[in-house]
Design a protein around this ligand. Sequence first.
Ligand code: GTP
Ligand code: MG
Length: 199
Amino acid sequence: LFSGRVDFLLSAPQLKFLPEPTVPEIAFCGRSNVGKSSLLNALTGRRSIARASVTPGRTQELNFFEVGEPTLFRLVDMPGYGFAKAPPAVVDKWKKLVKSYLRGRQVLHRNLVLIDSRHGIKEVDRDMMQMLDEAAVGYRVVLTKADKIKASELDAVIEKVADEVRKHPAAFPEMHVTSAEKGMGIPELRAAVLSDAGV
Ligand code: GTP
Ligand code: MG
């Protein structure tokens, strides 16, 4: 499926620009620079359909991508959170947009919450997960950039993150360990996303 049509649809800087809720949506959230755009590229097998940048906080809007012909579902690249240098006004705008999207979007089937393997779960991630628990939208926790740390360290992080994940009612107990760079865990996550989208 991902080898078929995957197209950028639109960028929504505000709620009024959201596309019509006609198909299931799977959203990618996580801290700035965690690897959302890179994971989206890896899953769709496109090198740069979602712009992966070295400048944190680059993705400021909700970016929608359509999969299938005719469209079967959408992938949504969310703006990154927890970027220390962001002015308060930008953070407020982000919170408002993301919260309204998460709470009000009927077609939102699943969220992927990305966590950097090197850093584990941070306070801003807990806030995000709590927001999702409250919105009662099920989410998968995805460890990213697994190629960046040693296998022994990775095991420790997985255990620690798993302990936290169990405390969150809307989180799936099983996690995904991935590297967009090396392709690790990508086929498994791709299958999970397709199943979440109901295709
Ligand atoms: P924002 O849109 O700014 O919130 O960032 P993002 O979460 O979309 O992150 P992005 O995909 O742009 O990746 C940030 C940086 O991490 C880039 O330099 C990527 O090349 C790098 N990166 C992403 N995934 C991986 C990975 O699996 N392995 C390695 N080694 N680097 C990665
Ligand atoms: Mg991005």
